[in-house]
Design a protein around this ligand. Structure first.
Ligand code: HEC
Length: 125
C-alpha cells in the first residue's frame, strides 16, 4: 500500500513537471507572436518586404500578372494613391479581386503599414 502511494505521488509529481514544460512552450509561443511596429513606416523597410513576401512572385517586371508590377518603386507607387488600386486590391474593395490572389488577406499589421505609407504620400523612403 505504501509503495502504491509512493508510486501515485511520483506520477503526480511527474505530471506537474510535464505540464510545467508545456506552459514553458506556451510562453515561447506568446513571445514569438510578432509585435506590430507601425511607428516608423518606410518604403524600404516596411512596404518593399511586404511586396517581396506576398506579391512579387506574380507581379515582377518579367511576369507582371494582370499588367501589374509590385517589385519596383515607380510601378508600386503609381497605384498607391489614397483609395487607389493598391489599397483596393489588398482589401478586395471596389470589385477588385482580393490580393494576394488565392491566399488569405494580408495581416492587419501589414494593412496598417500599407495604409500609413499611402496616406503619407507613398514616398520612396
Ligand atoms: C499568385 C499570383 C498573385 C499574387 C501572389 C498576387 N497577385 Fe495580384 N494579381 C494576380 C493576377 C493573375 C491578376 C490579374 C487579375 C486576376 O486574374 O485576378 C492580379 C491583379 C492584381 C491587381 C489589379 C486588380 C484588377 O482587378 O485589375 C492588383 C492591384 C494586384 N494584383 C495587386 C497585388 C498585390 C498588392 C499583391 C500582394 C499583396 C498581389 N497582387 C499578389 C496574381 C497575383
Amino acid at each position: 500500500m505504501k509503495n502504491l502511494i509512493r508510486l501515485a505521488s511520483i506520477l503526480l509529481l511527474m505530471s506537474f513537471i510535464l505540464s510545467g514544460c508545456y506552459y514553458d512552450k506556451e510562453n515561447e509561443l506568446y513571445k514569438s507572436t510578432a509585435v506590430c511596429d507601425t511607428a516608423v513606416v518606410t518604403y524600404a523597410h516596411s512596404i518593399a518586404p511586404i511586396m517581396v513576401a506576398n506579391c512579387n512572385v506574380c507581379h515582377n517586371t518579367t511576369l507582371a500578372s494582370g499588367g501589374i508590377i509590385t517589385d519596383t518603386y515607380p510601378d508600386l507607387s503609381s497605384m498607391a494613391a489614397p483609395g487607389g488600386m493598391l489599397w483596393n486590391a489588398v482589401n478586395g474593395f471596389n470589385g477588385l479581386e482580393l490580393m494576394p490572389k488565392n491566399q488569405p488577406k494580408l495581416s492587419n499589421c501589414d494593412l496598417v503599414k500599407i495604409n500609413k505609407w499611402i496616406l503619407a504620400g507613398a514616398l520612396n523612403n
